[in-house]
Design a protein around this ligand. Sequence first.
Ligand code: CP
Length: 332
Amino acid sequence: RPQLLSVDQFTRESVGELLRVADIMQPIARRQKVCRVLEGAVLANLFFEASTRTRVSFGAAFCRLGGSVCDTTGFSFSSMAKGESIYDTSRVIAGYADAVVVRHPEKGSVAEFARATNIPVINGGDGPGEHPSQALLDLYTIETEFSRLGKLVDGAHVAMVGDLKYGRTVHSLIKLLALYRGMKFTLISPPSLEMPAYLIEHASRNGHVVEVSNSLQEGLRGADVVYATRIQKERFVGEELEGYTSDFQITAAVVNAYCKADTIIMHPLPRDSREGANDLSTDLNHDPRLAIFRQTDNGIPVRMAIFATLLGVENQIQRNMRDVTWRAPQHV
Ligand code: CP
């Protein structure tokens, strides 16, 4: 069954193919062309946890291919609040929709949802498990940024910073990047938030270098990509936010002191803008190395590519594109 539950399903070849489909989608994402290959199809967007980017960009991607979207957010808007099971919910939704995106706070819950249905299920984030569509758009961003810089992803040094224990985006991204050759990963966090051992072991295969560091300054040196993450406070049930201080914050001063002139600074967002937050400061907003909004824009073509591939219309996109007949707003 065509589903997107984990990046484990990809090979270097199949991920490359998906990113090529994302390239084909760019004129639609940039609002230069329209394409209605999914006309008549319905997407159920079931988000049992908060989301801005994943929920809206999956919805927008489906609409831009001609489909329609039904959205729910939070348990209180679902009959799970009355005790309905994942199995029953999944069976019911399969009768209403042609594809479903599920975000849920429990690791493994989206796979459980998928086992009960025949329609394509996409993991929009399962607790501290995986976030495969985010990792695909992150990889697409790294590929496009490196292409602009005349660099290859093979052999790159990627520094991941912050909450590597609970951050599902890095759990998926490190596995995708491990499909490349000769990578170096520096995993920078306080001891209490280190990357799970099974992922370190996974990333160490095939000759990749993996270094675990509790020092931001040491870990950033020489990195081609710095991938910052938010501390996942919602996952700390009964635990203290021990050891996580501004010592791990990516700021303009840190980047200017320890990063290269062509280092790419990424973050899956949201970044925490509240007083005392410590992931990625706003003083980098005008630094061209900051790729965070190019990253969010890439969510549309990549998620269109995911739908087109899962629903089997990827080869119909180009011949069904038409010019837009309306005045598309200028995107910043
Ligand atoms: N990156 C990401 O998953 O953002 P949202 O939580 O806003 O969907």
